[in-house]
Design a protein around this ligand. Structure first.
Ligand SMILES: CC(=O)N[C@@H]1[C@@H](OP(=O)(O)OP(=O)(O)OC[C@H]2O[C@@H](n3ccc(=O)[nH]c3=O)[C@H](O)[C@@H]2O)O[C@H](CO)[C@@H](O)[C@@H]1O
Length: 371
């Protein structure tokens, strides 16, 4: 039996590791355990519940600064690593928790698996600190599960040995497939549907947030028929301007963060998404919903390449102009409404489980390689 530790810290890490956890649970040779660092707490619990996961280990951030939390976390992780002869540690993405989970595995000489490896902007300031963290994880991970061929090429260019890298697809598509098949997720609205907004990236805090919220106010006032749905991140730097700029508008609904099923329902029912989220860029193409990326660059250009997303930045006038074009020009909108997801086929977690099995000398392959 192989004990494998999955480490999560934030909402997207839970969503993207949950399918891997369940894929491992179905394998007779694997005993997966879940550790949540508590980097996000209020937003994490409903997501863990939604995937039927009760963590085996939970740490608490308890208001600590990231530096203090990180120092404590490193000690706690070391204790957990010493508690059992782990066969593997699995981390996802590029957060402080991801990095510390990988570092703990590295120091304890336990092979580290990195899910969603190879995302790059090659700009250490954007996104900060994620670009630096993911590059450092790529130096110490044994299994690097790249979501796309582009991500694999990024790793090979950094001289990561080819036998450490595998293209699996993004596990977020597995999570969506599970909701469609097991929870009956379907589009429920007639007509165009709403504009879904999310905004939280650190590099957008400050003037960028005000520009974007100003653009949303302009759109809502110019088109009273447009319904805007905005689940507002709990960060006070987002909450305060959201309520100040958008609070009084009758066609803008400011709501609390949604659980995962609620978010996917909001996404499948949307006409358009305005977001700086990484995960939404990967999820919107599953439902053919066009997305405008509220950032100056993206490490996920595959959706832009496929035609279903545009990088529009945070300039108020530019955002308004882009939305107006799509609202008024049916062909421009239809061209973006493509089906098919360039990020995955819903089998990424099974490929990850197959690779781990093979690394332990077990043959129980469930699927073939990603296209
Ligand atoms: C630089 C960068 O791109 N970094 C990424 C970024 O991740 P992100 O941008 O994808 O993060 P979010 O937008 O917070 O989450 C998205 C997921 O959450 C679901 N969701 C959202 C709102 C809601 O009300 N209910 C929900 O269920 C949504 O459908 C989606 O699946 O930060 C992480 C560290 O925080 C990084 O690791 C990750 O690389």
């Amino acid at each position: 039996m192989h004990d494998i530790l999955l480490v999560s810290g934030t909402r997207p890490e839970i969503i993207k590791l949950a399918p891997v956890y369940h894929a491992l649970k179905r394998r007779p040779w694997a005993r997966p355990a879940w550790l949540h660092t508590g980097q996000h707490d209020a937003m994490a619990t409903p997501i863990l519940d939604g995937f039927g996961i009760s963590p085996d280990y939970v740490f608490e951030r308890d208001g600590a600064t990231l530096a203090r939390f990180g120092a404590r976390c490193r000690e706690w992780l070391s204790d957990v690593m010493s508690a059992r002869p782990w066969s593997g540690v699995i981390v996802q993405g590029d957060t402080e928790s991801t990095f510390l989970g990988a570092l703990a595995g590295f120091y304890h000489r336990v092979p580290v698996s990195h899910v969603e490896a190879g995302l790059r902007t090659h700009n250490l300031d954007r996104p900060f600190p994620e670009e630096g963290l993911r590059q450092m994880i790529s130096r110490i991970a044994r299994h690097q599960f790249a979501p796309t061929a582009r991500a694999r090429d990024m790793l090979l260019r950094e001289a990561v040995p080819a036998d450490c890298v595998q293209v699996t697809g993004n596990t977020v598509v597995d999570a969506q497939k599970w909701l469609i098949e097991e929870r009956g997720l379907r589009r429920r609205v007639g007509g165009r549907g709403h504009i879904l907004v999310t905004m939280h990236r650190r590099e957008n805090w400050g003037d960028e947030v005000a520009q974007v919220f100003g653009a949303i106010a302009d759109i809502a006032m110019c088109y009273p028929d447009v319904d805007v749905l905005f689940p507002v991140h709990l960060n006070p730097l987002i909450q305060a301007p959201a309520h100040a700029i958008l609070g009084g508008l009758p066609n803008v609904r400011l709501v609390a963060p949604l659980d995962y099923l609620g978010m996917q329902q909001a996404l499948i029912d949307a006409w358009l998404v305005l977001s700086d989220s990484g995960g939404l860029q990967e999820e919107a193409p599953t439902y053919g919903v066009p997305l405008l990326v509220l950032r100056e660059e993206t490490e996920r250009p595959e959706a832009v390449g496929a035609g279903c997303a545009r990088v529009v930045g945070t300039d108020r006038a530019r955002i308004v102009a882009q939305v107006q074009e799509l609202w008024e020009e049916e062909t421009a909108y239809a061209a973006m409404r493509r089906a098919g997801n360039p990020f995955g086929d819903g089998l990424a977690s099974e490929r990850i489980a197959d690779t781990l099995a093979a690394s332990f000398g077990i043959t129980d392959a469930a699927v073939g390689v990603a296209a």
